[in-house]
Write a protein that binds this ligand. Structure first.
Ligand SMILES: CC(C)(COP(=O)(O)OP(=O)(O)OC[C@H]1O[C@@H](n2cnc3c(N)ncnc32)[C@H](O)[C@@H]1OP(=O)(O)O)[C@@H](O)C(=O)NCCC(=O)NCCS
Length: 182
């Protein structure tokens, strides 16, 4: 199981059982279905699993697990870990945590990317997902997290600001936010 407070354990109090957990090689059809619902690209967030067949899905999981461990990484990539957010056991969204920045991510991409499946948006899950990803980042020893977001992406900007994001730069329609993890 993954790193980070709250990972794999219920988040919050009474009500919906919300959990963040690391991608696992045994992930199955429920995660696959969520990945099919989330568009392949949206506001710069890439979902490379959108087009996969179920037969290709285990290969995707293996590749992402390897990437998390820094195995077989292209020179232009840094290690990245994927986490699923579940509500009462149902996958509702996912996030990517890059373990450190390179020049490219510093310009565009940042440490964290995330998406909630369209049918589950507007229920507060985006806020919870980022909150838990920030905890995971802290557990990995990251003290300041960079998030880049399109100026027009109001839902995501609200999520970032609700989680302590401070706008450090806005140019060419792209915002850079930093979250200090204390
Ligand atoms: C950004 C995203 C994760 C938000 O997920 P969500 O679960 O719908 O977010 P929440 O329900 O937690 O709502 C977040 C805030 O956005 C607001 N919001 C939601 N939809 C909105 C809309 N269409 N217009 C304006 N504000 C909106 C909510 O009111 C809430 O603000 P509040 O907390 O101040 O009330 C989701 O829209 C998504 O997956 N988008 C596509 C991928 C993406 O853009 N990722 C971010 C890349 S930086």
């Amino acid at each position: 199981m993954g790193s980070g407070a709250g990972i794999g354990t219920p988040i919050g109090g009474v009500g919906t059982d919300i959990r963040l957990r690391e991608l696992n090689l045994s992930d199955g059809r429920d995660v696959f279905d969520m990945l099919h619902e989330i568009p392949p690209e949206e506001n710069g967030f890439m979902n490379s699993a959108h087009e996969l067949s179920f037969e290709q899905f285990p290969g995707f999981l293996r590749k992402e697990r390897d990437s998390s461990e820094g195995i077989n990484l292209d020179k232009s990539r840094v290690p990245q870990t994927i986490y699923w957010l579940t509500a009462d056991g149902k996958p509702v969204g996912f996030g990517k945590l890059r373990h450190y920045l390179n020049d490219s991510l510093r310009r565009y991409g940042g440490h964290i990317g995330y998406a909630i499946r369209p049918s589950e948006r507007g229920k507060g899950y985006g806020n919870i997902l980022l909150k838990e990803l920030l905890k995971a980042a802290k557990c990995r020893g990251i003290s300041e997290v960079l998030l880049t977001v399109a100026e027009h992406n109001t839902p995501s900007r609200r999520v970032i600001e609700a989680n302590g994001g401070v706008l450090a730069a806005l140019s060419d329609g792209e915002c850079n936010y930093w979250v200090r993890l204390v």
